[in-house]
Design a protein around this ligand. Sequence first.
Ligand code: GLU
Length: 312
Amino acid sequence: MTRTRLAPSPTGAQHLGNARTHLIAFWASRQAGDELVFRIDNLDSPRVKSWAIEQAVEDLRWLGIQWDGEPILQTDHQRHYQQVLEFFTETSGNLAYPCYCSRKDIADAQSAPHESEFRGEGVIYPRTCSGYRPGDTIRNEAHCWRLRAADETLSFDDAVLGRQSCNPARELGDFPIATKNNQVTYQLAVVVDDFCQEVDFVIRGKDLVASTFRQLDLYRHLDRPAPRYAHVPLVLGTDGHRLAKRHGDTRLSYYREQGVAPEAVVGWAAHSLGMIDKPEPCKASELIDQFDWSKLPAEDTVVDTERLFSDD
Ligand code: GLU
């Protein structure tokens, strides 16, 4: 049986954009008769807010999303992370290397820093430290572990975007898999998480397409099959940027406090995904049959958040 997952990050409140992604995962999995598990992506410890864990669960319940089993925490996988990290930094010999560069070192290393073509992915690491080997203690300084990104085209067939291809070495660069304290990064953690939870269909925002190529690279080294992917459109403010505080309050908890009905949020989401003709209030569980991957727009959705759930 196929298994997909809800994976909110409790680094802040869940907003309208997160709500829509979670609803898509709910509708798609229920319609297909797939399993839907819940994981809280709480690894990013300095940024995780303790209140946000419970709130995410409450927000999803409020929306009428149902899942299978109890929510689990990413930090429950700590032991597995360390085993996999050891593989990259010790057993495998040369797949990852210790990198001593600060952000400033990276920016200063080239007169014209090479930016990734992928939006938001920043400067491609100039491989200053790539000659170092695991075990080399170069300086008495903190370092991260970087994976040597594959210098070949990796491809996958996305359920929304179609065929996607990228040469990770050229287009993204070597990337960190663990921080100086041997804390694994998101890229490695999510591969281990989905493997441990036997997730074979990943539904998530389109902003993670570049990360998918890094994760495909990791799956290959681990000799594990990668899941299928659906990268769904994002919700943007009228300025074309991802929802943020300046667009007004779009936290689900805020709507709840304001007396907005969850059905209004669900109806808006369903309408924006081509599932219903008008953005009329609906229960999430009543729209399962209407979900249709082929109707999902590939483009992001721009919303005027000020007017969204007002009565006029
Ligand atoms: N926790 C991430 C988020 O809320 C999703 C990570 C993933 O899907 O791999 O955006």
